[in-house]
Design a protein around this ligand. Structure first.
Ligand code: HEM
Ligand code: HEM
Length: 199
């Protein structure tokens, strides 16, 4: 009913996916695990982009590795849901599958580098710092790394023109960000208010 209440509701939604929890427990388990793991994985990657490395980023390193596995398993669950649940399969579009497969492939190539075909991570870090400081350095040419980075580049390209935009979009969702005081205040959108003012 209040602005503070909206802040609290928004926080619960972003941190715990409250409305998804209410609607489907299975989707929530896989969906929430995937997002939490992705966050840890991305935080773990920060070490390639900073020197010196912040203490929290250094401390998070081992958790980031476990999170890599959690992310891949959860994505597998989300993808399985799109095939196995009839009503979900019916409404799934190619792009729904594409996002899950893309993120899965990024996770699998990442874990591949971590555990199977190691890459020169010092070289990767020098390359990334070089990019940020306009000081071009050679990129290690391991195939798995090149696939990992190409897929990441593709993810970044499609992010602003795909359903991945739900991340910032959630914050603009009226059912989440408006105070629930429709009986006290009449909410009129800017364009409708302008119509009201016409002579
Ligand atoms: C330019 C950005 C990125 C670079 C330079 C990069 C590079 C790397 C490297 C070098 C590894 C191997 C780590 C090791 O051997 O210890 C790795 C692992 C991994 N990457 Fe990336 N990556 C990037 C972006 C991403 C993104 C956006 C995701 C997720 C969507 C991701 C997911 C993973 C996962 C799950 C692992 C395995 C677990 C781990 O070691 O953290 N990467 N990445
Ligand atoms: C503030 C950040 C984010 C929030 C709060 C958020 C929230 C959510 C929620 C609640 C869902 C479930 C929707 C539903 O099934 O009803 C979802 C789905 C999804 N999210 Fe996010 N998300 C965020 C960021 C991201 C990012 C950065 C990525 C990937 C790079 C991502 C990838 C996905 C994918 C692929 C799905 C669809 C899973 C499926 O239904 O098969 N999200 N997100």
């Amino acid at each position: 009913m209040t602005t503070t209440g909206v802040g609290w509701r928004m926080t619960r939604e972003v941190v715990f996916f409250e409305s998804l929890f209410r609607s489907s427990k299975w989707t929530w388990i896989f969906g929430w695990t995937f997002h939490a793991a992705l966050l840890l994985v991305v935080l773990r990657h920060l070490r390639y982009f900073q020197e010196p490395v912040w203490l929290p980023v250094a401390l998070i390193q081992p958790f980031g590795t476990y999170a890599g596995f959690a992310m891949v398993i959860a994505l597998g669950g989300l993808w399985g849901r799109r095939w196995l649940v009839d009503r979900v399969r019916y409404i799934s579009t190619p792009s729904d599958h594409l996002m899950l497969v893309l993120l899965l492939a990024i996770g699998v190539t990442g874990l591949g580098m971590r555990f199977v075909a190691h890459t020169d991570i010092i070289g990767v870090k020098l390359f990334m710092l070089g990019l940020m400081r306009f000081d071009w350095q050679p990129l290690p040419a391991d195939p798995v790394l090149l696939v990992h980075l190409s897929l990441v580049a593709f993810l970044m390209i499609i992010f602003p023109i795909s359903k991945l935009l739900h991340a910032p979009g959630l914050l603009f969702s009226p059912t989440r960000n408006q105070t629930d005081n429709a009986r006290e205040v009449r909410h009129v959108s800017a364009w409708a208010a302008a119509l009201d003012k016409r002579p």
